[in-house]
Design a protein around this ligand. Structure first.
Ligand SMILES: *Cc1c(COP(=O)(O)O)cnc(C)c1O
Length: 410
């Protein structure tokens, strides 16, 4: 039966401040906690484990909504969906052999609606916004989140307002506009755009769906962990490389593994979580290296990997906690390495990564070379968006069809 139309039992009990543990009621509108920190959704996992089995799950259509019992939407009628398929895991044998590493996989999230894994979070956030009666939503974005929000909001009949740094890739800005959002370019960074959204929510009543400022995007991103564990036969790879901006996916996956373990579907093994950032914007890596619990906002943030150009993340302590608890690490790569890695993956494996995805491959190579990752460890890289959204090197070779062609020179 269709996962988006079948009514299924739900198990949300309450929300909880990720910092203080204070409890908040479910089924009400929430932003940050009183402590100004992200709220996490909590479930009756005992009940969930009794209501759903792995076999039952296996029989459902292969999309994100097969995990309904792990998600907060109460009524199927509120689901706003564009076909959030399970994304493939692609093994890279050639590259693994070239660089002498263990099993290497790419999780290709570029196949999702709107071409990025932001669809997971925004699909959930917009569905919950509909369930809670919201009609206008707003966010700051480096591109992909805004595109996903615009698409789901339009589908739900909601107004959406998007603010991007003025150097956001132009295809992203156009995509956001084409999908029905009101979009503006701002002469600043995503954090500056966030301040504009904050002002607008206070004055106009827009609901702020900034990363981790509302509690449901992370539940959508959590499906990355559920899906990965299921695809690995209820197991996990040894190491996960995650391109980290706001960190929702990393935090979400960590939450997923915890919930799965609590219902007995996953054993003790956890992947080592690796936060990958670009050398031009690496607040999490700096905090990790300094042994700090929180990151210091990064000055003059710049990188070709726009999706991870986030100078300050409100969930910084949650990212750092997951990285440390998992015995992972945070690592930086520079833009040259990102572009070279994109090239290598495309030419050798036929996979066109987005720059952020390429950053994870660059980081994997660096970690392997320095011994941070062992040769016998399996590694999974997140390609979070389709490579087609990004500028590629120009091609200017042409053939004059009226002249003889020297085929040997081609
Ligand atoms: C948003 C985004 C990221 C960062 O994801 P977070 O979960 O916010 O850290 C990485 N890559 C791309 C392409 C993105 O759009």
């Amino acid at each position: 039966m269709d996962n988006t139309t079948a009514e299924r039992p739900t198990f949300v009990t309450h929300l909880e401040c990720s910092m203080t543990g204070k409890s908040y009621p479910a089924d009400k509108l929430h932003g940050l906690s009183e402590a100004g920190k992200p709220l996490l959704v909590r479930y009756d996992l005992d009940g969930l484990g009794k209501a759903l089995s792995r076999d039952k799950l296996q029989a459902r259509p292969a999309d994100m909504w097969r995990y309904r019992e792990f998600l907060p939407v109460r009524q199927a009628g509120n689901i706003v969906s564009l076909g959030e398929i399970m994304t493939p895991i692609i093994r890279c044998r050639e590259l693994a052999r070239d660089i002498g590493g263990g099993a290497l996989y790419v999780k290709d999230e570029g196949r999702l609606p709107t071409g990025s894994f932001k669809a997971r979070g925004l699909c959930l956030a917009v569905s919950m916004a509909r369930e809670l009666g919201i009609t206008a939503i707003a966010m700051p974005t480096n591109g992909n989140a805004g595109a996903a929000m615009a698409a789901y909001a339009s589908r739900a009949g909601m107004q959406s307002y998007v603010f991007c740094p003025d150097d956001t890739p132009s295809v992203n800005v156009r995509e956001i506009a084409a999908q029905g959002a009101e979009v503006w370019m701002v002469n600043g960074l995503i954090t500056d755009c966030g301040k504009i959204v904050g002002g607008g929510t206070a004055e106009t009543g827009w609901f702020d769906v900034s990363t981790l400022k509302e509690p449901y995007r992370i539940e959508g991103k959590k499906t990355m962990g559920l899906e990965l564990a299921e695809q690995f036969g209820w197991d996990v790879p040894d190491v996960i490389f995650y391109p980290t901006g706001g960190g929702t996916g990393l935090i979400g996956m960590w939450k997923a593994f915890d919930e799965l373990a609590q219902i007995g579907w996953l054993g003790e093994k956890r992947p080592r979580m690796v936060a990958v950032q670009a050398s031009g914007c690496a607040p999490i890596v700096k905090a990790y290296e300094d042994g700090a619990d929180h990151a210091v906002p990064w000055e003059n943030a710049h990188t070709v990997a726009a999706g991870i150009r986030v100078p300050a993340a409100i969930g910084d302590f949650l990212i750092l906690r997951a990285v440390r608890e998992s015995n992972g690490f945070a690592i930086v790569v520079d833009d040259d390495a990102i572009l070279t890695s994109r090239d290598e993956m495309a030419r050798r494996e036929g996979l066109l990564l987005c720059p952020e995805g390429a950053a994870t491959y660059a980081a994997y190579k660096k970690a392997l070379a320095s011994g941070l990752v062992a040769e016998n460890e399996s590694a999974l890289l997140y390609n979070c968006a389709t490579g087609l959204k990004y500028e590629l090197p120009a091609v200017d070779r042409a053939i004059d069809r009226h002249q003889p062609i020297d085929y040997t020179s081609l």
